[in-house]
Design a protein around this ligand. Sequence first.
Ligand code: ADP
Ligand code: MG
Length: 517
Amino acid sequence: MPHKPIIGLEIHAELKTRTKMFCDSLNDPDEKHPNINVCPICMGHPGTLPVINQEAVKKVIMAGLALNCKIAEDTFFERKNYFYPDLPKGYQISQYQKPLCYEGWLEIESRILNLESRKKKIRITRIHLEEDAGRLYHDPKNEASLVDYNRAGVPLMELVTEPDFETGQEVRDFASELQLIWRYLGVSDADMEKGQMRVEVNISLSPSTGSGQMPTAFGTKVEIKNINSIKFASDAVDYEIKRQTELLEAGEKVKQETRGWDEFKKQTFSQRSKEESHDYRYFPEPDLPPIRIANGRASPAAGGPPTLFSVEEIKSELLELPQQRRERFKKQYNLPEYDIEIFVINKSLGDYYEHVASELLSFDKLDHLKKPEVGRQDKLFKLAANYLITEFKRMCDEVSAEPDDTKVTPDVFADLVVRIFHGEVSSSGAQLVIKEMFFTGKKPGEIIKEKNLEQVSNVEELNLAVAKVIADNQKAVEDFKAGKEVSLKFLIGMVMKETKGKANPQVVEGLLKEVLK
Ligand code: ADP
Ligand code: MG
């Protein structure tokens, strides 16, 4: 009997806030020196009192709104009690009964390699707010474990999805889009290698009902943890589907356990078999007040805790999200999907592109009166995109520079694009110009003159070269007249050579055809 994979994700992300969740210690993920950003509150000393970091609450609400969640009107923190050396208080302040955000969704679109893209809504069960634990370092040489509490008490959000995924690709599409959304919102840097975003996969196989409906019988669930890239999460899913299928087909059982991902062997491996479910003895945190959020509907009840947050207010502060940017770029610049995706994933390059495009519009306004032409604006926009996502992006990447921090300002880039559009410089010449602009900050006009890169489109000038090439290459001329098309390419090449690569090939082709007609 075929089996249907059922997969759900639990994703943690460290919030980007100035201070920790319940105290004034700094939240600095780049602090290299251990146990610097600590204080009696995050170290759990008796008699200290936590205070809610409002910036963190607001950021989780922002994340919830961007993911189509409902936002709780009243919620509170709870203590999750357990012992581990990275948890100085002996309990984690978390949310259990009432998450800040619930019942949301995110639509994913599998674009890669799929000619027809497939859209699917993944339901989000909840997003709650909690605090992170410290970091343990095992030192095998000294047989010791060391602990760094800089991370203890850092605001952490946990997002749980419904078991709506069926493939590694879907997991990858979801996690990448989520990461992008969090970065756009500025709620988290979500760097998986730095542990700022952690993806845990729950996966089981069920006997398929064959009708596309949710199966009624669930298989045993395996959890995969400690995965440090999105690609590995999707690889682990595909591997696990295969492993569990083979077990079931051999008549064996899948063990309920936690597995890890070995990125070298490209395999999951057993870490620990699931103990009895923990009893965390959750109870409401007595040292923190409840949270009241105005949802824009009912006015807050009289009495009770004061309203601290307003959903309407937070909504009005939300910036453009990746999907909105995709749609806007399509409308505004009419670019192909591939180009748009590069500008969406590389947000700063996309921002730079928009500045270039707006400069192009002002160039175009001056120019347009002289030589009106249909589709001209689209052509300029596409040309700018071409050179930005290839040459310019490559150079920025090479020196790890943000586009805005380079010597090339958007108006100068637009100036070059207009020159390319007018055939003043060839595409290979333009690449040289970009390189030179990048390193010297000179203007394209200056570089083109200096390096002698002007493309010759002047007909009289080119006619001389064409006449010489025709005189010198009678055989090719005969061949072309006899119908051999490649000979034309050869003759164009000879004219290019004659002009030291500066002839405009389109103009040359036109002239040759005219003469040899
Ligand atoms: P648990 O109580 O074991 O932690 P939860 O109901 O909290 O389980 O779900 C945790 C995660 O497991 C969620 O992402 C959920 O979508 C996923 N999940 C639930 N049931 C299944 C299943 N049968 N197979 C795979 N994943 C599942
Ligand atoms: Mg759970």
